[in-house]
Design a protein around this ligand. Structure first.
Ligand SMILES: [Zn+2]
Length: 86
């Protein structure tokens, strides 16, 4: 199987039986999304993004509201629905 570092340019071959999934620590160290928690319960990033969205709604700026809503949804999708994709 060909593998590559996240964002890296080099590829190399590794026998599939030598591969394993990265640990949460390794994923975090590599800066990959989806490492906070697979569960949205108690996720501080969800809480922060939702608070930012509520602030945007209060401010009434349509673009800010849209951006904040997109931020909440994309964080949710990548961190909680498909964390294994990175
Ligand atoms: Zn979250």
């Amino acid at each position: 199987m060909r593998v590559k570092e996240p964002g890296g340019a080099y590829e190399w071959y590794v026998p599939t039986n030598a591969l394993r999934l990265a640990t949460p620590q390794e994923r975090r160290a590599a800066g990959l999304p989806g490492t906070v928690s697979a569960s949205p319960i108690g996720c501080t990033e969800c809480a922060d993004l939702e608070a930012a969205r509520r602030e945007a709604v209060k401010g009434g700026d349509t673009k800010a509201i849209t951006d904040a809503t997109v931020a909440v949804r994309s964080h949710f999708r990548w961190a909680h629905l498909m964390p294994q994709r990175g």
